[in-house]
Design a binder for this molecule. Structure first.
Ligand code: GP9
Ligand code: MN
Length: 620
């Protein structure tokens, strides 16, 4: 039986231990129950159980250094903040299956989804995470004893806490020597170091990155160049088939590859695209490589063929850099004019600033369109009026042009007015999935309308069209509904397949071909340049021409996972690609070296703004 009187006379140091234990317990429960951390060995369990103790003691010990009057308040405040951070992590994780980073906190106005559905992300169990606050609050009010801690005890306490933190780091490094060099693998960081240490490390990374810009010199750029390789350049008979043509590129909001040739209630979801791919190069093994920057990451990869950043969007974090981007290349080689079109505000994802660095001459955004309540939904202008209103702007561009259209309507939470529903919602247990097929169908219709208009205006024949899904629409959270829709099992192979996005390159007059080469968004630029007959020094980029890409070169994801010809590396485990069965981790090691090297070099180029030292002879 709890002896209330004994509790009332508890010493300051013991009270600190109690509060720390409570927060530790909550952290461990959240790690085991809230986060879906892959646990492969008993050591992983030990890591999760122990990793937070040192840092929690350390933080709670902070209260020792305040006067008798306020240290109770500080102790309570720390428990309150700790619980708040933990709960924030949990909500973010439930939606993104990822961990919050500092850069993403500064661009929360660009994080679609979370705010709109925070209530939906809550669980009836969540209040249990806060009950202790009342108990501890009451205890702190009732304790009579002084909470002052003796100097000697403070020293001992600090030594134990620091020792435990050092031990945690050692354990983490025993688990993986690459723990810190692969800090983009946030799940590994949280599993090995605990959420609190992860956040501290992440703050450190955030503080370090502006310094890199100042510290990198031309000599570093030269040193970096030695690690970069000129890619083997193989010409195919397709080289230059689209030379000098206008380029119209579409990033199709949230469009996954499974919608292609998919019917719901007997009706095709993408009838227009299904027809278009018959007369196009259709790449059906392309993976979404975006990270926290979502659409902006897709745009970044398409234009620069560099990897996005592990945390935050490059558009927001490095908009002043020098980039050897697609508009610059096209301008330099064939005097192209570059413009982007989007029905949302120009500041979203910091596009108005970043587009200048990427070399766009013009940006048509919400202000350039007639946007009313009737013709907009969710983030902005609906896709059909967006395209119809864009035709006149497109007509006036100097030729040849590179015009990039970012569609918008098919965005989470997939809202649509009744009159725009060209297909009935699906009938799964997941409303998000049911709505998704209707907004994809609307997107497909908008493309049909646009292509028709271009044909009527005589703007179709001399154009090469690139259409690519920017990233997933159905996040892992709603994967169950997707499996139901497709009548598929929840297997690793299917999870990986759902990461695919369609890539369609349509050159009018060219015969259609389905190409099963594996690749990602990073490979779009070299593939397009090949068709345009433009050969560049692409050492400072990481994409490969999809017409000649080595099938065993891994498709690399920003969390350090990859897919090669025969293997899948996911959640720190190596699997056979055919059957999804776990195989000896050694099989994945050679590919992991490539993964680490490419991601690190790409980050170095971006954080050090290395391209400012490289004279490619293009206009900035
Ligand atoms: C907003 C649109 C959507 O302008 O690009 O952004 P997303 O949330 O997909 O990154
Ligand atoms: Mn998007």
């Amino acid at each position: 039986m709890l002896n209330i009187n004994r509790l009332k006379n508890i010493t300051g140091i013991n009270l600190t231990f109690i509060v720390t234990s409570i927060l530790w317990l909550k952290t461990v429960v959240v790690c085991f129950v809230g986060f879906n951390l892959s646990i492969q060995s008993f050591f992983d369990i030990v890591l999760i159980l122990t990793s937070s103790i040192g840092s929690l003691l350390f933080v709670m010990g902070f209260s020792f250094y305040f006067g008798e009057k306020i240290n109770r308040l500080i102790l309570f405040g720390l428990l309150f903040i700790g619980t708040g951070v933990l709960y924030g992590d949990l909500l973010y994780y439930r939606f993104y299956i990822d961990f919050v980073t500092i850069p993403i906190l500064f661009q929360f106005n660009n994080v679609g989804g979370l705010s709109a559905s925070t209530i939906e992300l809550m669980s009836p169990w969540d209040p249990f995470l806060f009950i202790d606050l009342f108990i501890v609050g009451w205890l702190l009010l009732k304790t009579k004893s002084t909470l002052t801690v003796r100097k000697q005890s403070k020293r001992k306490y600090l030594a134990v806490a620091s020792g435990l933190v050092v031990l945690t780091i050692c354990f983490g490094l025993i688990k993986s020597v690459h723990l810190f060099s692969q800090s983009y693998d946030r799940e590994q960081m949280v599993r090995s170091l605990g959420p609190l240490n992860y956040h501290v490390y992440d703050i450190g990374l955030g503080l370090k990155s502006p310094l890199e810009l100042l510290l990198v010199t031309e000599a570093d750029a030269v040193a970096l160049e030695e690690n970069l390789q000129q890619k083997d350049y193989e010409r195919t008979e397709l080289f230059g088939i689209a030379k000098g043509k206008n380029i119209v590129l579409f990033t199709l909001e949230s469009t996954q590859d499974f919608v292609i040739n998919q019917s719901v209630n007997g009706e095709e979801v993408t009838p227009f695209l299904n027809e278009l791919i018959k007369e196009s190069f259709y790449f059906n093994q392309i993976y979404d490589q975006t990270a926290q920057g979502k659409t902006s990451d897709a745009e970044f990869m398409i234009d620069t063929s560099l990897y996005p950043l592990a945390s935050g969007s490059v558009f927001v974090r490095r908009p002043e850099n020098t980039y050897y981007s697609l508009p610059h290349i096209l301008k330099e080689h064939d005097q192209y004019y570059a413009a982007t079109f989007h029905g949302n505000v120009s500041t979203f994802w910091n596009r108005d600033v970043m587009y200048k660095a990427l070399g766009y001459n013009e940006f048509f955004s919400k202000d350039n369109y007639s946007v009313t309540e009737d013709n907009s939904v969710n983030y902005g202008l609906k896709d059909i009026p967006f395209f119809t209103q864009s035709v006149d702007y497109l007509k006036d561009l100097p030729e040849p042009y590179y015009a990039k259209f970012l569609t918008l309507t098919n965005h989470f939470p997939f809202l649509l007015d009744e009159e725009d529903m060209f297909i009935d919602p699906a009938d799964t247990d997941e409303d998000v999935v049911n709505r998704y097929v209707t907004t994809v169908r609307y997107l497909d219709k908008s493309l049909e309308v646009f292509f028709e208009k271009l044909k009527v205006e005589g703007m179709y024949v001399d154009t090469v069209f690139v259409l690519v899904g920017d990233h997933y629409g159905i996040s892992e959270k709603y994967e169950g509904g997707l499996n139901e829709l497709l009548d598929e099992e929840d297997t690793l192979i299917n999870q990986v397949k759902h990461q695919q996005i369609p890539l369609i390159i349509h050159v009018p007059g060219q015969e259609g071909e389905t190409i099963a080469t594996q690749g990602g968004e990073i490979d779009i630029r070299p593939t397009l340049l090949h068709l345009l007959g433009i050969k560049i020094d692409d050492r400072y980029s990481f994409g490969h021409n999809l017409f000649t890409r080595n099938s065993d070169h891994p498709v690399i994801f920003r969390d350090g996972s990859f897919i090669s010809e025969n293997y899948i590396y996911k959640n720190n485990s190596c699997y056979g690609k055919q059957d999804g069965q776990a195989v000896d981790p050694q099989q994945c090691e050679p590919y992991l070296d490539v993964v680490r090297q490419e991601l690190t070099l790409s980050d170095n180029i971006i954080f050090g703004d290395v391209l400012r030292f490289i004279d490619e002879g293009y206009e900035k």
